[in-house]
Design a protein around this ligand. Structure first.
Ligand code: FAD
Ligand code: NAP
Length: 463
């Protein structure tokens, strides 16, 4: 072990990728720095660690989780597969392309359970504040041990911010909404469709949360779902029961008035209006200030804070690629922290950032966005020994996914794709997604066998 110390904030997929990257270097016999990961929740997995709570958690901290019951992957799993730990290795059998949350949570945990990385994580520990000392070039981190209510501080040479950016709601105001008699929540506090059965539901927003929460509520029995867009509608072929309308102008009691002059009565409202990048533990000059986009400014290679490259951000981009992108970032960050990868001087870094920002500005279609993030992943993969994977083929799958959703938003999750890591073709799930109301791992993985066994027994009894 070197005498350098690395702090990681957050044990979600990004923070765990960083831990895994160091573990991989250790396995190669390399000297690694001392690594400590601080996680405010009592378990790892970040978003994937489902919380039934809303508002504040057990210790009064803002609840991080924005996931909900009946959440299924909204992209093919073949597009996020770890290239150093395949779905085949984890599940020992082919599974479908769109697993529910508990199955993906199980997969995320699989590769780290095989090592002792849990020992490096201090759970129930919130990072409260960070200072950087120019003289010593060290970060002083103020921490709260929530369980015993104790504040303390420690010093580190590098700081990896992997605290996610889909947790702090962006909650716009609309005239009259304060007098709306029904429930108004943000997607962050949505915990499943059950309360919306038989209700007329208004959703504000036209991105992934709006689409997925709208479709879930339709599937689980909402009377009607109306999606209200600001810039562009989602524009897929909606089934009866779901429609899109222009932006909400104001509420008069329980009646919503929209920009196109139409109006409708609603029982409940869900704001699917996105999230804020929020780092309440960082001083102004170290804080990443950005909207949700594919290439946040100030980050060299999308990770190194240009004014202070020892400050590293993971997973801060808007995401087509997720787990494999966090890995590719974490491997490069690790090599920088282990002096195996040198970054250029500040001015050259700025030019490189600018190049990506200019390209980002030119993007128009979702296919352009996919190609842009694909090129970004390729750029990263060339910089470390993270196992290469066929990124171009992943891009093709993303584009098919977009087309599938356009064709039929209710059946796209029944499609299957081929792994670029193992070549395995996904299985068709035992139940069509629209008929599957149970998102448990047990039902997903074993129900078919259970049904087969029951059928065999009944058959034997009949004979
Ligand atoms: P997170 O998963 O958000 O983890 C951040 C961690 O940091 C958390 O554990 C948090 O507790 C911790 N933390 C934050 N602040 C502090 C602090 N001050 N001190 C200590 N710890 C702290 N991606 C997909 O690939 N497929 C999907 O189907 C998908 N569905 C999604 C559905 C929803 C509703 C949302 C919101 C996101 C979804 N995503 C999906 C994207 C998801 O954000 C990523 O898959 C992934 O969870 C991001 O990982 P992360 O580690 O960067 O952040
Ligand atoms: P997002 O992609 O950032 O989209 C935010 C939406 O809010 C946009 O449509 C935006 O409209 C709208 N908006 C913002 N301010 C508004 C305002 N003042 N008035 C009206 N509309 C406003 O956020 P998201 O949809 O919550 O998605 C976040 C992440 O969660 C994504 O990574 C997604 O993949 C993930 N997710 C996944 C699933 C799943 O099924 N697994 C489900 C939900 C979410 P403009 O276009 O006008 O800016």
């Amino acid at each position: 072990m070197t005498n350098k110390r690395v702090a990681i904030i957050g044990a979600g997929p990004s923070g765990l990728a960083q831990l895994r990257a160091f573990e991989a270097a250790k396995k190669q016999g390399l000297e690694v720095p001392e690594v400590v990961c601080f996680e405010k929740q009592s378990n790892w997995g970040g978003m994937w660690n489902y919380s039934w709570r809303t508002g504040v958690g057990k210790y009064g901290e803002p609840v991080h989780g924005s996931m909900y019951k009946y959440l299924w992957s909204n992209g093919p799993k073949e597009c996020l597969e770890f290239s150093d730990y395949s779905f085949d290795e984890h599940f020992q059998k082919p599974i479908s392309s769109y697993p529910p949350r508990p199955v993906l949570f199980d997969y995320i945990q699989g590769r780290i359970k095989k090592s002792n990385v849990r020992d490096y994580i201090r759970f129930n520990t919130t990072v409260r504040w960070v200072n950087f000392d120019e003289e010593t070039q060290k970060f002083k981190i103020i921490l709260d041990n929530l369980k015993i209510d104790k504040t303390y501080s420690e010093e580190f040479d590098y700081l990896v911010v992997a605290s996610g950016h889909f947790s702090t709601p962006n909650m716009p105001y609309f005239e009259g909404i304060d007098q709306f008699p029904g429930q108004v929540i943000h997607a962050h506090d949505f915990r499943g469709a059950d309360p919306y059965k038989n209700l007329d539901l208004l959703i504000i927003g036209s991105s992934y949360s709006a689409e997925d929460i709208g479709v879930q509520c339709h599937k689980h029995g909402a009377k009607s779902v109306t999606l209200s867009y600001r810039s562009n509608p989602i524009g897929v072929n909606w089934p009866d029961g779901i429609k899109e309308v222009p932006l909400l102008k104001y509420f008069d009691g329980d009646v919503a008035h929209f920009k196109d002059g139409t109006s409708q009565r609603f029982d409940a409202v869900i704001m699917c209006t996105g999230y804020q990048h929020k780092f309440p533990f960082l001083p102004d000059e170290m804080r990443l200030k950005t909207k949700n986009n594919l290439y946040p400014d100030h980050l060299y290679k999308g990770v190194f804070f240009n004014d202070l490259p020892q400050l590293i951000y993971l997973g801060m981009q808007d995401q087509y690629y997720t787990f494999n992108m966090f890995d590719a970032q974490a491997w490069v960050a690790r090599d920088f922290m282990m002096d195996r990868y040198q970054i250029p001087a500040k001015g050259a870094r700025r030019l490189d950032i600018n190049k990506w920002l200019i390209e980002n500005e030119k993007l128009k279609s979702s296919f352009d966005h996919i190609d842009f993030q694909t090129n970004y992943i390729k750029d990263l993969l060339a910089l470390s020994d993270y196992p290469d994977f066929n990124v171009d083929k992943v891009a093709v799958m993303f584009k098919e996914w977009i087309k599938d959703k356009d064709d039929n938003i209710l059946t796209y999750r029944d499609k299957t794709f081929q792994s670029v890591v193992t070549g395995t073709m996904a299985e068709t799930h035992h139940t069509e997604w629209m008929d599957e109301l149970d998102d448990s791992k047990e039902r997903y993985l074993y129900q078919e066998q259970a049904e087969d066994m029951l059928e065999d027994t009944l058959e034997e009894e009949r004979l």
